[in-house]
Design a protein around this ligand. Structure first.
Ligand code: XMP
Ligand code: MG
Length: 178
């Protein structure tokens, strides 16, 4: 694996496909144990989670639902400020066990917004599974239930994660070169 250039930035190899595979299978195994006998709804958060979700679900042996949602944010009025809206949720999640699947948890802002929106729909439980987690950047109290890999506070790319929309198709993860 070589250094790559995406737009104006250089990235170097960071997490290989093999390492990702091991980390994802570990997460799947824990979820399989924790949800034995239950029928959870896996909700992938687009766009970043699409590859993780695909590989994770192949190792899930539960009876389960698989779906995707997206956070849309737009400028509201002066009094409302920025509006965050959850789009794409077609399932009735009341009384259901939800597993939110994220590509990365950085500051946790996105996660907390999502969590608050979903909670209003009265699910039985909501847990979070994320491929990557930046503990140094995280500034929320909410527990992250399943973590593929903890990484330092650096910008990463590939395997669903993008730089300005590019690089999501890379099959392994790269980190910004300093
Ligand atoms: P927060 O700070 O809300 O961030 O936890 C979550 C979202 O921000 C994006 N993000 C990244 N995307 N490389 C990326 O390609 C990164 O290092 C990175 N850090 C955060 C991502 O969309 C995530 O869902
Ligand atoms: Mg994302």
């Amino acid at each position: 694996m070589e250094t790559i250039t995406v737009k104006d930035l250089s990235f170097k190899p960071f997490i290989s496909e093999e390492e990702l595979d091991v980390a994802i299978k570990k997460v799947a195994q824990k979820i399989n144990e924790d949800y034995k006998g239950k029928t959870p709804i896996f909700l992938g958060v687009l766009n970043g989670s699409f590859m993780f979700m695909g590989d994770l679900m192949k190792s899930i042996n539960l009876d389960c639902y698989t779906s995707f949602v997206k956070m849309a944010s737009y400028e509201g009025t002066e009094s409302t400020g920025k509006i965050n809206e959850l789009i794409g949720l077609n399932e009735d999640i009341e009384g259901k066990d939800i597993i939110l699947v994220e590509d990365i948890v950085d500051t946790g802002n996105t996660l907390v917004k999502l969590f608050d929106i979903l909670k209003e729909k009265n699910p039985k439980s909501i847990k979070i599974a994320t491929l990557l987690y930046k503990p140094e950047a995280y500034n929320k109290d909410h527990k992250i239930d399943y973590v593929g890999k903890e990484i330092p506070n650096a910008f990463v790319l590939g395997y669903g994660l993008d730089y300005d929309g590019l690089g999501r198709n890379l099959s392994s993860i790269y980190v910004l070169k300093d």
